[in-house]
Ligand binder design. Structure first.
Ligand SMILES: NC(=O)c1ccc[n+]([C@@H]2O[C@H](COP(=O)([O-])OP(=O)(O)OC[C@H]3O[C@@H](n4cnc5c(N)ncnc54)[C@H](OP(=O)(O)O)[C@@H]3O)[C@@H](O)[C@H]2O)c1
Length: 184
């Protein structure tokens, strides 16, 4: 069981623009050519912050100009928010707030030995890192810069540094970097 931050980022370390746009991301490549299809098979539970959840509501579930679609994850999902957010029919979404540690314990139980996916954003993942609960980062680094935006991981982490375990070229649009977070 591994707790993984799997995300895409611009070359200068942003996962979305300040107004939560991902329009820069999709032209860079096909998700099916990344490690995503094999990654998601091993995920037993996932967590995200409210901006990510609301992005999904706007762009995936209730996208303009087409019929609503169903929630894309079979795994239980925990959404962190201090606000009351709408639920998605048929989705196993649990709304939580505050300390990530008890939530992580619940996620572990629900994941039945499979991995925990921290979808983002970066500050929420930072809270898991601070609690010593982050094991791996898997970042699809896109071949673009954004200059500003929502940060990949707003922490200063220098020593011990992350341990680079693999780097893979995914066409001209992405490099997939996998890092282990050292223990102790
Ligand atoms: N490039 C990619 O692959 C990728 C991956 C994931 C996400 N994204 C995008 O990146 C953006 C991420 O946005 P973001 O950086 O603002 O992060 P976010 O984690 O999605 O949302 C942040 C919000 O979550 C709530 N929150 C976080 N921790 C909490 C806690 N412990 N307890 C209660 N509430 C908590 C707070 O809002 P409230 O309390 O006000 O609700 C906080 O402002 C989104 O646009 C998303 O679509 C991109």
């Amino acid at each position: 069981m591994t707790t993984q931050y799997y995300t895409a980022s611009s070359l200068d370390g942003f996962i979305a623009t300040l107004d939560d746009s991902l329009d820069w991301l999709f032209p860079l490549g096909d998700i099916n050519e990344t490690g995503y299809p094999s990654f998601i098979k091993e995920v037993g539970a996932l967590a995200m912050g409210s901006a990510t959840y609301e992005w999904m509501l706007r762009h995936v579930i209730n996208a303009e100009g087409r019929e609503p679609v169903s929630w894309p994850y079979a795994q239980p999902a925990w959404v962190f928010s201090s606000r009351r957010l709408p639920n998605v029919e048929g989705a196993d979404v649990r709304f939580v707030r505050g300390d990530v540690r008890p939530v992580h314990a619940d996620m572990q139980k629900a994941a039945h030995g499979k991995n925990i996916w921290l979808v983002g954003g970066g500050e929420l993942v930072g809270q898991f890192y601070d609690a010593g609960l982050l094991d791996e980062l898997i970042v699809q680094v896109g071949s673009v810069t954004l200059r500003s935006g929502k940060r990949l991981l707003p922490r200063r982490i220098t020593s011990p540094s992350f341990i680079l375990e693999s780097a893979r070229v995914i066409g001209p649009g992405f490099a997939e970097l996998r890092y282990r977070v050292p223990r102790g």
